[in-house]
Ligand binder design. Structure first.
Ligand code: HEC
Length: 327
């Protein structure tokens, strides 16, 4: 600001240069700093200056400009001169009228906007795993499909030998179509994973043992669980259960990332079953605000289907459920 005496006089008058300086400072704080932050941090988004900080910076700018303007009587007159002229109507009566009417309205509107009560969501905490209405009887519940009994495995072997293994109706049509196109193959070849291949090979050579059969049965359960998951849950919870399904962005309360160690791994299977069964509507009040969009699956999936999905869900997330403590 040491511009001065020897510089040619005709320049922007002090009123407009002061207003201009204020606008430039505001633009720097509001857009300049966020733009620079992108360069500095390399993040794909700018880091905005918090509103409270913008307010402090602009207050300081006003103080600094006021000191500058009142530096001498000459400066002050240069600044106030155009304002007085304007109020006298030297620049026309219509602009003066517009400003004199607009100013009080603007101030009034601001005061109104600040004082009117708003309807924003209260800033209260939400309990992620509410358990106040979680029935004790669910606590020690085990996924019945995760550990099939010897009789179940034996029945599976018999069906596989006769090639009459039944699939859930949701995938049966696909399996049927595949079998028509792949005559001579075993129905279980539809699931081309290694435990299944091993089992089908053992069937052919008539050397089936209990553990190979059990692994294959679990593989079939997983396959059906994954199919049911894709049909019912994927839209919100995502392919890998990471909470990034195509619909997830639409919810204020997003489905959480199950591949994270702090989520479904920290709860017992019975709790997961209870959550899936009762969905958002089953949650107690401490789970609000932001009501969960999770559907109440007992209305549209059988108990067996729910367990199948949970089996597949833990597998997709590559997690194991928490083991219930013994008291
Ligand atoms: C309409 C979207 C939507 C669909 C479809 C949906 N969910 Fe959810 N789910 C959510 C949301 C949102 C949450 C997270 C909010 C919460 O904690 O309740 C959630 C929470 C959960 C939780 C609780 C996690 C925890 O940490 O307590 C489980 C388990 C779950 N979902 C499983 C499923 C399964 C299994 C299916 C399919 C049968 C499914 N979800 C389908 C939206 C959905």
């Amino acid at each position: 600001m040491s511009a001065g005496r020897d510089m040619a006089k005709p320049r922007v008058n002090r009123f407009w240069s002061t207003v201009g300086a204020f606008v430039v400072i505001y633009a720097l704080v509001k857009w300049g700093i966020p733009a620079a932050s992108r360069e500095v941090t390399g993040l794909p988004f700018p880091l905005p200056v918090p509103g409270a900080l913008v307010f402090i910076y602009m207050t300081l700018a006003v103080v600094a400009l006021a000191i500058l303007v009142t530096f001498s009587d000459e400066y002050l007159n240069e600044f106030v001169g155009p304002v007085k002229k304007f109020l006298r109507g030297d620049y026309g009566r219509v602009p003066r009228m517009v400003v004199l009417v607009a100013m009080p309205l603007l101030v009034g509107w601001q005061v109104y906007a600040v004082t009117v009560p708003d309807v924003a969501v209260p800033a209260s905490l939400r309990i992620q795993h509410p358990s106040s209405n979680f029935p004790k009887s669910f606590e020690t519940l085990k996924n019945p499909l995760a550990s099939p009994s010897d009789a179940d495995v034996q029945a599976f072997i018999e069906q596989a030998k006769a090639n009459t293994v039944a699939f859930i109706p949701q995938v049966a049509a696909d399996v049927k179509r595949w079998r028509e196109a792949n005559a001579g193959k075993h129905a279980l070849d539809f699931i081309p994973t290694s435990p299944m291949k091993k089992f089908v090979a053992a069937l052919k050579s008539d050397s089936v043992d209990q553990s190979t059969a059990k692994a294959a049965l679990l593989e079939k359960t997983l396959f059906e669980g994954r199919a049911l998951y894709a049909m019912n849950c994927r839209a919100c919870h995502g392919d890998s259960t990471a909470g990034d399904g195509p619909m997830a962005d639409g919810f204020k309360l997003r489905p959480i990332n199950f591949t994270d160690n702090g989520t479904i791994e920290t709860i017992v299977e019975g709790y997961t079953f209870w959550r899936v069964t009762n969905g958002g509507p089953g949650l107690p009040t401490e789970a609000t605000p932001w009501d969960s969009a999770m559907p109440e699956w007992k209305l549209s999936l059988t108990e067996e289907e729910r367990w199948k999905i949970i089996f597949a869900e833990y597998d997709l997330a590559q997690k194991t459920p928490r083991i219930p403590e013994s008291h």
